[in-house]
Design a protein around this ligand. Structure first.
Ligand code: NAP
Length: 254
């Protein structure tokens, strides 16, 4: 009998945590649809990595979609179904940061960050339900942050989107359970992605501040987050539901 090839969609998969997550899902035997809004070269390279990782030589695919637009959620699901015929896992990972003192935020900042970090995951979660229902269930994983739990100066807007994602995971865990859809959030602490490395170059004291606050005295790696997401996306994690899995080297325990 032919083994079912599971399929996943990962947003923000052109680099950083999303790209590592796409690789990890590929290594776990998924076909992956990688979504971002930037360069084709980055996405080509990310898909090549996925194909290399795939144990069964599956071909992943990519699509360029701007998650600031509300109408792309349905289009992403349709493109994934066209590519693979099914959609078992959604990793809503894309996120942007605008760091400013609270009083300097504008309404445009608010709309931009909310649309990418929160509305996209909300609308994608609605759009994936028919496909997951047809497959007899599925998994939705939101990339939240430790900053959805603790506050940081300059991160009022980013933090509220991440706190909202943690809540959204709980709400959907209740409402989508009858569909067989398992929903969780993952909240990383500082992870050594390109974004974070560039920030630490601009703010040299930031690395030491973070190391002082993290009991494990190091930043996390994108692959460590990806492994946790892949664990939540695999069949062995069927009783973890509505959870916010914090992985921050111990940052938030103080
Ligand atoms: P990153 O390197 O900045 O990558 C962000 C990804 O999102 C890119 O693939 C980017 O692709 C995509 N993206 C941004 N705006 C988009 C839009 N309008 N439409 C479609 N795609 C868009 O981020 P990261 O550091 O890997 O973080 C990934 C996620 O983890 C984010 O949600 C972040 O908040 C969360 N997180 C990160 C850390 C950390 O320390 N790095 C800690 C906690 C949580 P394009 O630019 O090509 O569109």
């Amino acid at each position: 009998m032919k083994k079912t090839q599971l399929a996943g969609g990962v947003t923000g998969a052109s680099r950083g945590i999303g790209r590592a997550t796409a690789r990890a899902l590929s290594a776990a035997g998924f076909q992956v649809f990688l979504v971002a809004d930037g360069s084709r070269e980055e996405l080509d390279a990310a898909v090549t990595e996925c194909n290399t990782e795939s144990p069964n030589k599956l071909k992943s695919q990519w699509g360029i979609f701007d998650l600031e637009r509300a109408d792309v959620a349905q289009a992403i699901v349709e493109a994934t179904l066209k590519a693979f015929g099914r959609l078992d896992v959604l990793v809503s990972n894309a996120g942007i940061r605008i760091r400013k003192p609270f009083l300097n935020f504008t309404a445009d900042d608010f709309n931009k960050v909310i649309s990418v970090n929160l509305r996209a995951g909300f609308l994608l979660s609605q759009a994936v339900v028919p496909a997951m229902r047809a497959a007899g269930g599925g998994r939705i994983i939101f990339m939240a942050s430790q900053l959805g739990i603790v506050a940081d100066s300059g991160a009022a807007l980013y933090g509220l989107t991440k706190a909202a994602l943690i809540h959204l995971a709980r709400s959907l865990a209740l409402e989508l359970a009858p569909e067989g859809i398992i929903v969780n959030a993952v909240s990383p602490g500082p992870i050594a992605t390109e974004y974070y490395e560039q920030r630490m170059q601009r703010e040299p004291e930031l690395r030491q501040r973070r190391l002082d606050a993290i009991p494990l005295k190091r930043l996390g790696q994108p692959e460590e987050v990806a492994e946790v997401v892949a664990f939540l996306a695999t069949t062995s994690a069927t009783f973890i539901h509505g959870h916010n899995l914090v992985m921050d080297g111990g940052f938030v325990i103080r």
